[in-house]
Design a protein around this ligand. Structure first.
Ligand code: NAP
Ligand code: ZN
Ligand code: ZN
Length: 348
């Protein structure tokens, strides 16, 4: 039975209605009726083939939250009616060293991404969350704390875990000075988590109009990154900088703010290579690294942490018919701070 979805048919075409199929339920599958799906900047990079690895038709969406409508005979984690979520991953080999340590995003056989990944059941490519329903193995479905507003919790599945994971790994904590670069979907969650972990949190933004929101979201300080004098005051003082920027920008300036043996972590994935001066890493010695979403156990840990601390995303709810407009606004850094699609609008 075809279901409703929105797809891009090419890198140049806007997203438009496109019926898709979901697989029949396998014994360990759950079927999730999608209530909300967040709009990640990666959806835009993928829909427009900005990374040169897109296949069409493409149904984006990997911040998926809804309710379980059917379960396979062998499912133990969910029952019909439970809230459930799926992020960027729907499968992996489950046996390689990385899968066994809960780092399925780095599966050596290749993780199966929620969209634009090889679909071993139906052939072709996987289709994401800009759709009515999804069928996913329960091992890749997450439990959602019931105290969180479901629409505001949906973007935790990517924006949340992508910032939580490196902030934990590189120790955003009390007594440490942590910078978050860019106040978009990822950045606003980076600010919330860094603050929740007790770090002295500094937001770098190119948009002066976001300074007040930055403080409200948890930043102790806000730096307008286009102001070189303001930037220079922080030279060599950061233990950690998390860079969420989606477009061309100067890494070297941010590296100059990192202290001896501090770290800068890239999570933003601009399509063009970014120039790096070796000297930026040598003096004083520091680490430049990257981070990709998070594995399933850490994603569940992040959701549970958000439930305990009542953390969710600041969202703008849109109908699916506004998706192309939302992409244009993302390009103008005009989102406060995550678009979430109300999937009921698919029926309009
Ligand atoms: P977003 O909501 O569009 O936010 C990006 C922010 O970057 C903007 O709001 C803006 O913040 C800043 N920015 C944009 N253009 C800039 C420029 N030219 N120079 C400096 N700053 C600029 O995007 P998102 O959904 O948070 O995603 C951010 C990036 O992370 C994307 O590249 C996405 O593909 C990537 N991503 C990576 C992972 C991963 O696993 N590593 C996961 C999800 C997303 P200000 O207005 O505050 O300057
Ligand atoms: Zn994403
Ligand atoms: Zn694996």
């Amino acid at each position: 039975m075809p279901i409703r979805a929105y797809a891009a048919q090419s890198a140049a075409s806007p997203l438009a209605p496109f019926p898709i199929e979901r697989r029949g339920l396998l014994p360990t599958d759950v079927e999730i009726d999608i209530m909300y799906c967040g709009v990640c900047h990666s959806d835009l990079h993928f829909a427009r083939n900005e990374w040169g690895m897109s296949a069409y038709p493409m149904v984006p969406g990997h911040e998926i939250l809804g309710r379980v409508t059917r379960v396979g005979a062998g499912v133990g984690k969910f029952k019909v009616g439970d809230p459930a979520a799926t992020g960027c991953l729907v499968d992996s080999c489950r046996s390689c060293a990385n899968c066994r340590t809960g780092q399925e995003q780095f599966c050596t056989a290749g993780p199966v991404f929620t969209y634009n990944g090889p679909d071993k059941h139906l052939g072709g490519m996987t289709y994401g969350g800009y759709s009515e329903r999804i069928v996913v193995d329960e091992a890749f479905a997450l439990r959602v704390p019931t105290n969180l507003d479901p629409a505001s919790a949906a973007p935790l599945l990517c924006a949340g875990i992508t910032t939580y994971s490196p902030l934990r790994r590189y120790r955003a904590a009390g007594g440490r000075k942590v910078g978050i670069v860019g106040l978009g979907g990822l950045g606003h969650m980076g600010v919330k988590f860094a603050r929740a972990f007790g770090a002295h949190t500094v937001l770098f933004t190119t948009t002066p109009g976001k300074a007040e929101d930055g403080r409200r979201l948890g930043a102790d300080e806000v730096v307008i990154s286009r102001n070189q004098d303001e930037m220079k005051k922080h030279t060599g003082t950061f233990d950690l900088i998390l860079d969420t920027v989606s477009a061309d920008h100067d890494l070297n300036t941010y590296l100059s703010l990192v202290r001896l043996d501090g770290a800068m972590v890239l999570v933003g994935a601009p399509p063009n290579p970014l120039p790096l001066a070796a000297m930026s890493l040598l003096f004083p010695r520091k680490v430049l690294t990257g981070s990709l979403i998070g594995g399933i156990p850490e994603t569940q840990e992040m959701l549970d942490f958000c439930g305990t601390h009542s953390i969710s995303c600041d969202i703008e709810l849109i109908p699916i018919q506004k998706i192309n407009e939302a992409y244009e606004r993302l390009l103008r850094s005009d989102v406060k701070y995550r678009f979430v699609i109300d999937m009921a609008s698919l029926k309009n």
